[in-house]
Write a protein that binds this ligand. Sequence first.
Ligand code: NAD
Length: 468
Amino acid sequence: MSGTGRDGLYIDGEFRAARSGRVGSVEEKATGREIGRFALGEAPDVDDAVAAARSAQPAWAALSAPERASYLRGFAAQLDARHGELVEQSMRETGGVRAKAEDEVGTSIRQLHISAVQASEPAGDVLPPYKAGKLSLSRTVPLGVIGLITPWNYPMNLAMRAVAPGLAFGNTIVLKPAELTPVIGGQVLARAAHAAGLPPGVFNVVTGDGPGAGRPLAEHAGIDMLDFTGARAVGESVAAAAAGRDVRLELGGSNAFVVLDDADVELAASCAMIASLEFQGQTCISASRHIVLRDVAEAYLDAVTRKAESLVVGNPFDDVDLGPLISIAQRDRVHEQIVAPSLAKGARLVTGGTFEGLFYRPTVLADVTPDMPAFSEEIFGPVIPITVVDTEAEAIALTNGYPMLMNSVFSADLVRGMGVAEQLDAGEVHVNDAHARHGAENQLAGFTRRQWIGVQRTPLQLPEWASR
Ligand code: NAD
């Protein structure tokens, strides 16, 4: 198959090649082996997909909630039927270990079931009447056509977190998955939606690269909302391209991991493995900066180093803890733009800092200061940079002031930990835990707008000037 048939674009219920006929290669990250092809869609293909989504949207929104919910359950059943195959596809395409891939596929299926229920939940409120005799209602209505651009790190569930609620509320979708993961992030979803019998045009997939397919989708006048997950700089530029439409951006940041002087150091170091090293550190909520109070700094450094050195790096199909980085470009970014310049500025390499191909050793850097990229930049690699401070106030001041998604604080005193957590700027802070266990259950349901409805309940009394 080379970009046609079931491996092509999915537009208006049909699988087809890109209009240009161009294809790209899908690679297994651990081996570099070609495992498939994908169509390199471009602006004319995006036009076709948006037109299909536009024309399908009114009829899709007009279906009853139980009908849409039934399609979503059918979509879930199709994914569930191929669960094992999808897990292995994710392992090959993203380079994640089996547990990561299981989580990704399982979360995606659960998201569809949750959204099937969301579709039937009350969709409005009765508001206080602003005048006697009036009935004021509000209801949620679909936005219309959603353009969805997704990254490679959790390609299936980061797509599904928008696809499922988006469809549930009566929107139609054009998905542009990342070019490094076009199968698990796009093609398999198209096949499942098709097999579940979703009406043509309701869900469309245009594979391709960012400038070729993503940009025309973001700029397209036919979308009502752009939902983008990816790098901060790219997100800011696509948001400008989508100006005038609803835009939701999920970007990256430099998350902090704060260890106070009364922390359980072993617990903190174990959580650090998850926070900074799980999936090779390539998660938007990965901890970048470890800010540690001096009293426990040496014990923490020892524990983190011991644990990092025990990790086995290799092909996810072998019994390993960490797999490969996603690409040579990503490896070079981690090594040449984060680790090397931080060492040049005086950071101390405690362990790691070496690689073979895409396999990067878990790395611990000590003596890290705020002027180093290991401190200020999103790393997206298996690196633990440690910065030592003397006081809790210093730890708080040093944490704030950077783009952050999620932080952690460690303290044996829960009240103290929560007090520090409250002073950190991130959208989410955890006390004595590495990460939120982000499930489909705590995704926010969006993709609708509020519509206010006023009803005159009693005979209308208009002012004299209006009824002359
Ligand atoms: P990326 O921004 O390079 O790519 C994301 C998507 O945008 C891809 O589909 C890509 O093809 C597309 N794209 C690239 N250039 C484009 C352009 N000019 N116009 C339109 N689309 C374009 O990001 P990535 O490397 O795939 O993912 C890693 C980044 O994503 C990290 O910064 C990470 O923090 C972030 N991320 C955030 C979340 C979150 O929920 N906040 C989740 C996962 C990843």
